[in-house]
Design a protein around this ligand. Structure first.
Ligand code: GLU
Length: 295
């Protein structure tokens, strides 16, 4: 008999939760409840430039209002930078990371964004980092460090993939919607795993935390599917467990567009302020009494 799963909902306090979050949280909660599994909540707040304490308070309030119950203590990522630093240092020592000094605007933006989950439109992940700094010589690198040029640490994806495969023999993972998947790092390329001010990135923190919290079923939107390829390789390199995955559909509005934090009218709190009941909001997210089964 398979054991009931340990699940988690892992929002970032960078805005108020919207209907899309409600769907994801209710989906995860239902998965745990229906099987007698566990439901954890994690606050993903490593992106210190964008988080607000207000938003974190609102996460607890809105989820409780929706009727969700989670286990305490809640893990807050900003309390664990030392753990991420240790993992990052290990990857660096083993030669899987290289410093990237590129400062063109788009690359700078990518580095700044490394703390946030790269929600993408499936199939439109955007241009990959061309690998410019991967080819720098040791003395060129030293020169940049001597000049104090800011840098980010990128995963040398080809090298990391080969080493991970060598360690584990196979790099597969299982998704409830799509079945067995072979990891493929060419989708996101040489992602940023850390930078000077923040020894972590979404990819590193989420992979470590899921392992440390004993999460056995990761549920999240299909816009994070590409990220899971990176997470699978990190699991192999860092000796972490590989959970099962269920990337669920994204809830969209009447216009077919997915909900985003900018759609203020559809935040859980604005719906509540407009007089909706928790039951009505659950219904809007597709989890009413009659349709509580995740579609
Ligand atoms: N914290 C991420 C977000 O806000 C979700 C991470 C995950 O579920 O893997 O989108």
């Amino acid at each position: 008999m398979t054991r009931p799963p340990t699940t988690r909902f892992a929002p970032s306090p960078t805005g108020y939760l919207h209907l899309g979050h409600a769907y994801s949280a209710l989906f995860t909660f239902a998965m745990a409840r229906e099987t007698g599994g566990r439901f954890l909540l994690r606050i993903e707040d490593i992106d210190t430039s964008r988080i607000k304490a207000d938003y974190e308070d609102a996460i607890f309030e809105d989820l409780a209002w929706l009727g969700l119950e989670w286990e305490e203590p809640v893990r807050r990522q900003s309390d664990h930078f030392d753990e991420y630093q240790k993992a990052l240092d290990g990857l660096l020592e083993q030669g899987f990371l290289y410093p990237c000094f590129c400062s063109r605007r788009d690359i700078r933006a990518e580095i700044l964004n490394a703390g946030a989950a790269p929600h993408d439109t499936p199939g439109q992940e955007g241009p990959l980092y061309p690998g410019t700094c991967r080819h720098l010589s040791d003395s060129e690198r030293q020169g940049r460090h001597d000049e104090n040029t800011p840098f980010a640490l990128r995963l040398d994806s080809a090298k990391a993939f080969d080493a991970a495969l060598g360690l584990t023999g196979s790099l597969t993972w299982s998704d409830a919607e799509r079945g067995g998947i072979e990891a493929d790092l060419s989708r996101l390329g040489d992602v940023v795993l850390g930078r000077k001010e923040t020894p972590a990135s979404y990819h590193l923190a989420v992979t470590l935390d899921d392992h440390l919290q004993g999460v056995t079923l990761v549920t999240r939107g299909e816009d994070l599917f590409s990220s899971t390829h990176v997470h699978r390789v990190l699991q192999a390199l860092l000796g972490l467990d590989t959970p099962n995955y269920h990337h669920h559909r994204l809830l969209t509005g009447d216009d077919g567009e997915r909900f985003a934090k900018r759609d203020k009218s559809l935040t859980i709190r604005s719906l509540r302020d407009a007089g909706k009941t928790p039951e009505e909001v659950r219904e809007m997210a597709g989890f009413g009494v009659d349709n509580g089964d995740p579609a």
